[in-house]
Every structure is written in C-alpha cells, then in structure tokens.
Design a protein. Structure first.
Length: 387
C-alpha cells in the first residue's frame, strides 16, 4: 500500500525528488469511464471560481459530472472507502483512486497540466503550500470554513486539512513482557524493541519530534528546537546502543508477522491495523508525555476534469458525517465544532487521550526540524544500527 509512504515533511520531498519511482495504482485505473477532459474543457475548469457558487449549485453541477477522480486517497486509508461510499449513496458520484505519495500527486498535477485527469488529492502537511506556490490547485472553502483553524487551511481554500494523526504506540501485547507502554518514559525504562520506520519518511520524523517534546519539555518552541532534539537524540542513542531500535518497517505486514512488537505510528494507522490483524492482540496508546498532531490536506487540481465533484467531495469530508468517518479510523478531525460519537471514541480514542498532543501549526518550522532529524539520525544513529 503506497499510502503508508506518504510524506509529512519537505525533507522527504527532497529525497523523493531524487529517487522517485513509478506511481502504484489503485484497483481501478483513472482511464475507465472516459473521464479524461480536453484542453479546452480544462482551461474552462481552471477559470471557474468554485467559491462563487452556492452549495446547491455545487451539488447540481457535481451530479452532472457524475464522478470524482482522486489520487492518494485509497479505500484502506483513514476510512476513505466509507467516504467514497457515502458520496455514492448520497450524490450518486462514481469514484476511482490512484494511490501515490504526496510528491507524486503534485508531480502528476504538474505533468498533466491543462490535460488533467485527476480531481482531488490528499497530501502531507508541508505539501499544501508547495501546491499553491507551484500554481497547481484551485480553491474551495466549504461551508465549514469558519470552524477550521487558520493553521489547517490555505488562502481561499486552496488546501484544507480535514484531519490530523496523533503519535501512537501500537503494541503487540502477545509479544511483550508486562504492560503496554503509555509514555516515552515507559519505553526508556522498559525493554521494548521499538520501530519507527524509515527516517526519510514522515512517520519516523514525527516520532522523533514527539520524543523531543517528551524528553526536552512539552513547552519547547518548535522554532528553537535544538535543545529538545539533543534530549531526544540522547534517548535514541541509548536505544540504539542497547539494540532496542527495530529496523523493520511499520507496515501492516510487519505487525502481522510479529516482527514489530512495538511501533510508533499515526493514530489513523494504529486503529485500522489493530482492527485488521487477527493473529495477535494489540493495544494502541497515545503517549501521555509526548505526542504531536500532524495531518493531511485535500487539494483540488487546478485543471480538474470534475471540479464540482471535487468541491463536493471536500464538502462531504468536512461534514459531520465525514469528520466522524475519519475519527472512526483513528484520525483527529480538524473542525473545532464537530461532535465525535461516544461509540467511535470508545472504539478508537477519547478526545481526552489527545488533549495534550501538540499540533504542528508552523509547517515551515516543523519541516526545518524534520530536515535536522534526517541529518542527525544519519550521522548519529545509523552507524550504531549497523555495528
């Protein structure tokens, strides 16, 4: 599943830019159904102003378009499957997805240009601004604009984050001794062998940032994070020297085979894995002493062949139903006024569990910190893992 490789930082984008591999596709190809638009149609689309339309106009036009083509929004990620089903049931929209990374999504928008075949994508936090800078997207604010924090949306709705993930320990309770860790301090004092995944990926970088808040202080300033990183790397050096860093990737397969007894993942990864894997028993805990929130933003292709369907998709994602569907997958909805059902909270996380998680509201500063993490991990930790 390609979506697990989605990146959250520009540090990953740099690496992807130099070693990009061919994009994997979902179960349906975008060419099905004859949806590819002509250049003339695309130019008209790009000139349209979705924000000038009423919601009723968006709905009517979306029904006429009849379908939406997404990238990086596969059924298995963050409950998108149920989201697409809801759109089909409510508005009759057909759907197909091509699963790919954030960098690949924007590359496709850029490469296809006026001959765009894709309508909407879901990109890591750092890529929303990049999409705007490269003039690849068009805006749509949704009717929920005022209940979305400023840090989670771009000007005119050119990108909007519908959800974040919280740092989460996914623990195979059949393979560990004693209780499952609920804090970074528990891990430090225990004997758990921990996997965070490839340091070039956003997941691993986020895990290090979370541990920096745990050991460097929850009040650390992300714009002046060197002292906190020093504390984190002291911890990870201890882990490496003790042979307690697991280099197996944090894929579902890694958990299924028992190769990853403890993994640091996003909340919206932990819950689907926990629910899907039957070979073992798992516990998912958001660390009490160091967790961050970082998310993904929807972006509407400037040359979307079905722009109204893309706008309606975003509208549905931010609706009460859409936000609860995301929450059911362990994601943290960004709307400040949405109520998450007690049933969903009982099966995933209660709002109290992530009340102290720190949102990464300064994307530029977060990206810079992630770049430092990649450099320091390569210099200080990797040599300890191969000796």
């Amino acid at each position: 599943m390609r979506k697990m490789k989605k990146t959250l930082s520009a540090a990953t984008a740099v690496i992807l830019a130099t070693s990009l591999f061919a994009a994997g596709c979902g179960t349906q190809e975008a060419e099905q159904g004859g949806q590819t638009g002509t250049s003339a149609e695309a130019e008209t689309t790009a000139a349209s102003d979705l924000n000038s339309k009423t919601l009723d106009e968006i709905i009517e036009a979306a029904k006429e378009e009849g379908r939406v083509e997404s990238v990086g929004m596969p059924d298995s990620w963050a409950n998108w499957g149920l989201m697409w089903q809801g759109l089909a049931d409510t508005y009759g929209l057909e759907h197909a997805d091509a699963d790919m990374s954030s960098a690949e999504e924007l590359q496709m928008f850029a490469t296809e240009g006026e001959n765009g075949t894709k309508d909407i994508g879901d990109v890591g936090q750092a890529f929303g601004a990049q999409a705007v800078e490269e003039d690849l997207v068009q805006g749509y604010k949704t009717s929920y604009w005022d209940s979305v924090p400023d840090w989670a949306k771009g000007e005119d709705g050119k990108w909007m984050m519908a959800y974040t993930g919280a740092t989460t320990f996914l623990v195979n309770t059949d393979l560990i001794e004693g209780e499952a860790p609920t804090s970074w301090q528990d891990i430090r004092e225990g004997s758990y062998k921990v996997s965070v995944g490839d340091i070039n990926g956003g997941n691993a970088q986020a895990a290090i940032v979370a541990s920096a808040y745990a050991f460097g202080g929850a009040d650390s300033d992300i714009t002046d994070f060197d002292a906190a990183l020093d504390a984190a790397f002291e911890f990870w050096t201890e882990m490496a020297e003790a042979g307690r860093i697991n280099t197996v990737d944090i894929t579902q397969q890694g958990f299924e085979t028992g190769e990853v007894p403890v993994g640091v993942v996003w909340s919206f990864t932990a819950i689907p894995y926990k629910d899907a894997i039957t070979e073992y028993s798992f516990e998912a805990n958001i660390p009490t002493d160091g967790a961050i929130l970082s998310g993904y933003a929807s972006v509407i292709n400037k040359y979307a062949p079905h722009p109204n369907a893309a706008a309606l998709t975003r509208e549905y994602i931010f609706s009460d139903e859409g936000q609860n569907l995301l929450a059911a997958a362990g994601a943290i909805p960004t709307r400040t006024d949405v109520e998450i059902s007690e049933e969903i909270q009982a099966n995933t996380f209660h709002t109290d569990d992530y009340a102290n998680a720190i949102p990464m509201t300064d994307t530029d500063a977060y990206t810079a910190v992630c770049e430092k993490i990649v450099e320091r991990w390569s210099a200080e930790i990797l040599p300890l893992l191969v000796n």
